[in-house]
Write a protein that binds this ligand. Structure first.
Ligand code: NDP
Ligand code: PYC
Length: 338
């Protein structure tokens, strides 16, 4: 029987924080990762919420991640901020870089944050949404490990390489945000199908012999497919270059080569870009103009804006709590030692 446990968001945060602290995480690293885990549960992005805590802890225990790292920001150029994550988890490094990035983008109109030496196991929307909440247009790119076959190939090479984009909106409305893997699905979604004993949709993966499969275990052992064939593959390729070569960090295949196989997050970098619309626009009001487009989308039956599902969940979960499988709850409780 698939029993479940209902938790408040405060309980989610405490469960995750305690698991990290009990395994040697510093208060700052533990709090920052627990914040992203809790935000994912709050917005019902379950493949990157509590589901990831065992992997985070495994990567501390294996010695891959320095869970006491104190990331440092420096300015590489007027419009370029770099944060060395010092081999820690990504969320604290991203926090350390956020204010310098915002300050540079407001001054110059556009600025980039290059994050290196981190381990990213989360959704990307927290980084771009935070920029758009401050009035900036945000972009973020991360590579992973070799999970996805290049177009025409059958062996994993690219990561599931997500990208996120956020656009600020006036009038008290939350930003428009999208955040998507460059594969047909996030790897976490396939893992959740495997855990729950469900087949995956056609088009998500191929088995180790290159044959299409709906068996999640076979797709995880074989290769995931890019979304939209060669078009998604080119986006995965671009993200390898932006979050790997450009910021001076690993490609997904290199992250696989150095990974101890602990089931935790990949080692790598991240590129975040911020644009101040007030500085870039040659005329008119870009935010007001954008609302006309959003209204045209929403006047069509069945159409919605990306992020509206998350925002609806965000209204609901603080009142109703979230539900997770009891087996996951028990696993995390055991990780924190009772
Ligand atoms: P989904 O396919 O579930 O969603 C992708 C985006 O599309 C979301 O912004 C979603 O908005 C939006 N969307 C979905 N349906 C519609 C619709 N009908 N109309 C308009 N917009 C829609 O995400 P993925 O499976 O591709 O990725 C899931 C998560 O995994 C992401 O958060 C990603 O960052 C994360 N990930 C992290 C990796 C890492 O290395 N750290 C690697 C790969 C993925 P909404 O949320 O509102 O539904
Ligand atoms: O779900 O594809 C994924 C993923 C990879 C790294 C973190 N999440």
């Amino acid at each position: 029987m698939n029993e479940s446990v209902r938790m408040t968001l405060d309980e989610v945060h405490a469960l995750a924080t305690d698991a990290f602290l009990a395994n040697g995480g510093s208060p700052a690293q533990s709090r920052a990762v627990a914040d992203t885990v809790t935000a994912a549960e709050r917005d019902e992005c379950r493949s990157h919420g509590l589901f990831r805590v065992p992997g985070y802890v495994a990567s501390i225990r294996s010695g891959k991640v320095n869970a006491g790292a104190e990331p440092k920001a420096e300015r590489l150029a007027p419009g370029v901020v770099k944060v060395d994550g010092c081999n820690g988890f990504a969320p604290l490094a991203l926090e350390v870089g956020r204010e310098p990035l915002i300050e540079r983008a407001r001054e110059l109109g556009i600025a980039a944050l290059a994050v290196t030496n981190t381990h990213h196991f989360a959704a990307l929307w927290p980084e771009t949404e935070a920029l758009a909440e401050r009035g900036l247009v945000g972009f973020a790119y991360v590579a992973a490990m070799s999970y996805v076959a290049p177009a025409g190939g059958t062996k994993p090479l690219y990561g599931t390489n997500p990208m996120s984009f956020a656009w600020p909106r006036g009038g008290g409305r939350p930003p428009l945000v999208f955040d998507q893997a460059s594969s047909a699905s996030a790897r976490g979604e396939i893992m959740i199908h495997q855990r729950d004993g469900k087949p995956i949709p056609e088009g998500w993966g191929i088995d180790a012999d290159g044959n299409p499969t709906t068996d999640p275990a076979a797709a995880l052992a074989g290769a995931q497919l890019p979304f939209g064939g060669y078009k998604g593959a080119s986006i995965a390729l671009m993200i390898e270059l932006l979050a790997g070569a450009l910021v001076g960090d690993l490609f997904s295949f290199e992250a696989s080569e150095v990974d101890p196989g602990d089931g935790g997050p990949p080692r790598g970098g991240e590129l975040v870009i911020a644009i101040d619309p007030a500085k870039l626009s040659a005329g008119g009001d870009p935010l007001r103009h954008a609302e006309a487009l959003f209204a045209r989308i929403l006047e069509q039956d069945g159409a919605r804006l990306p992020s509206d599902r998350r925002y609806a969940a965000r209204q609901r979960t603080p009142l109703e709590g979230v539900t997770i499988p009891r087996s996951l709850y028990d696993t995390i409780r055991d990780l924190r030692g009772g």
